[in-house]
Design a protein around this ligand. Sequence first.
Ligand code: ZN
Length: 110
Amino acid sequence: MKKKDKDRLLLAEGMGKFARIREGSGNDEGPDNCALCEEYFDDGKCNGCPIMDKTGLVRCLDTPYPAWEEHQSIEHDSDFKDMRIYDDCPQCKALSMKEFNFLAALFSEL
Ligand SMILES: [Zn+2]
């Protein structure tokens, strides 16, 4: 499989993860349930990840992800292993939507 095709599949999995979060049936366990991290994240590096190719930065910096993570930690005491939409929180909904849209935009660019 060409890298581009593989990356599209991995991004689609990431979109699915955030779609399930938005439906209330899924959660975010950080790199532990990210298809892209499973493929590319290694010892703090993201070599080959299409998100890093886009931003030039590791660990999804300069994407909507850090704001989602920060909100989960500050508002919901998340330990980064069970990030989800808590208590119908509008901020959780908005931030998870931004992440979904970011992944979808990158998917369409590949
Ligand atoms: Zn929230």
